[in-house]
Ligand binder design. Structure first.
Ligand SMILES: Cc1ncc(COP(=O)(O)O)c(C=O)c1O
Length: 348
């Protein structure tokens, strides 16, 4: 770390592939994956399916495409989908479920821990008659981004999946950061995903790969999803160079997520020392702070002038995310720089 290096805490998507990961990419055996011929993609899909305890998997360019393929493969146009009021699919995926899937989103209140009350799920399931849309899917998110990286407990997921399944709904789990949840809770990913019919997770976030996510589920569900991936323009050819990075990430970058979680705690504690900010108590790698004085835009500008980057995150809040490319020393340095920003804002 040099004194004037930018410390980029906007997201865990900003990581650059390590030398080891680049070497794995360069050495990847490849083929045309649309023909099913890429051995590295095939290996990644088998590995990922096994890790999450599902029959099959499909490599996709992004989490957004993985979620959309899942929604399309689980539903018919005109169906109603239950999801958390704060979830990524609802807020940040450009309304693809409505525009492309013809789906009706029914948001249910997300509690602070990222969960939804099972009674809210039960109450939202309409009696089926000629007037009502078919309610066919529940979406969950673990860890929960807008709920400050909260990790959903096994009991919570199980109770929600049971409520959905009793009424004949399927369950999709947006597990973009499910490995963070697994490390934070000390519970295998397979157990966290067990109740869900499908799970999507990302290699390009905390796991540090440059590109790629994966959708896992039953074999016939994945075959339907493959058609949707092709329709959305996500059929990739010699994608083994990307799959090799994802395999490397699964083999080398899971255990170290605990460091990111420690760094997020350190960052939140440091921010709490300034009365201008009220951060969450992060369970994983996401710090969300309320601004008690000044404006979010003003603070983000002051941080950027000191070489620390964060993003606005809803009214009166900003987000900072720890990741592979920031060390504990970087976080200590970021807090010193934030201290300078606070000092200069309060003296001008
Ligand atoms: C919870 C969650 N789901 C899905 C996504 C979408 O992933 P991508 O940016 O790869 O489309 C994100 C991205 O930040 C996310 O946080």
């Amino acid at each position: 770390m040099t004194a004037d290096r930018i410390i980029d805490l906007r997201s865990d998507t900003v990581t650059k592939p390590t030398a080891g990961m680049r070497a794995a990419m360069a050495a990847a055996d490849v083929g045309d994956d649309v023909f099913g011929d890429d051995p590295t993609v095939n290996r990644l899909e088998e590995m990922a399916a096994e890790r999450v305890g599902k029959e099959a998997a499909m490599f996709v360019p992004s989490g957004t495409m993985g979620n959309l393929c899942a929604l399309l493969a689980h539903t018919q146009p005109g169906d109603e989908v239950l999801l958390g009021s704060e979830c990524h699919i609802y807020h940040y995926e450009v309304g693809g479920m409505a525009r492309i899937g013809g789906l009706l989103a029914h948001p249910l209140p997300n509690r602070e821990d990222g969960s939804i009350a099972p009674e809210d799920v039960r109450a939202a399931i309409r009696p089926q008659n000629i007037h009502s849309p078919r309610v066919t899917l529940l979406c969950l998110e673990n860890t929960h981004n807008r709920c400050g990286g909260a990790a959903l407990r096994v009991e919570t997921t199980d109770a929600l999946c049971a409520a959905a399944h009793e009424a004949g709904l399927r369950v999709h789990l947006d597990g973009a950061r499910i490995f963070n949840a697994s490390v934070a809770l000390g519970v295998p990913v397979e157990r966290l995903a067990r109740g869900a019919d499908s799970v999507m997770f990302c290699f390009s976030k905390g796991l540090g790969a440059p590109v790629g996510s994966i959708l896992c589920g039953e074999r016939d569900f994945i075959e339907r999803a493959r058609r949707f991936r092709k329709m959305l323009g996500g059929g990739m050819r010699q994608a083994g160079v990307l799959a090799a990075a994802a395999i490397y990430a699964l083999e080398h970058h899971v255990g170290r997520l605990a460091e990111d979680h420690e760094n997020a705690k350190l960052l939140a504690e440091g921010l709490r020392q300034f009365e201008a900010f009220l951060p969450n108590e992060p369970e994983t790698n996401i710090v969300v702070a309320e601004v008690r004085r000044g404006t979010v835009e003003g603070w983000l500008r002051a941080f950027a002038e000191e070489g620390v980057l964060a993003v606005p995150f809803g009214p009166g809040r900003f987000r900072m995310v720890t990741h592979l490319d920031v060390s504990r020393a970087d976080i200590e340095e970021a807090l010193r720089r934030i201290g300078r920003a606070v000092h200069s804002v309060s003296t001008t």
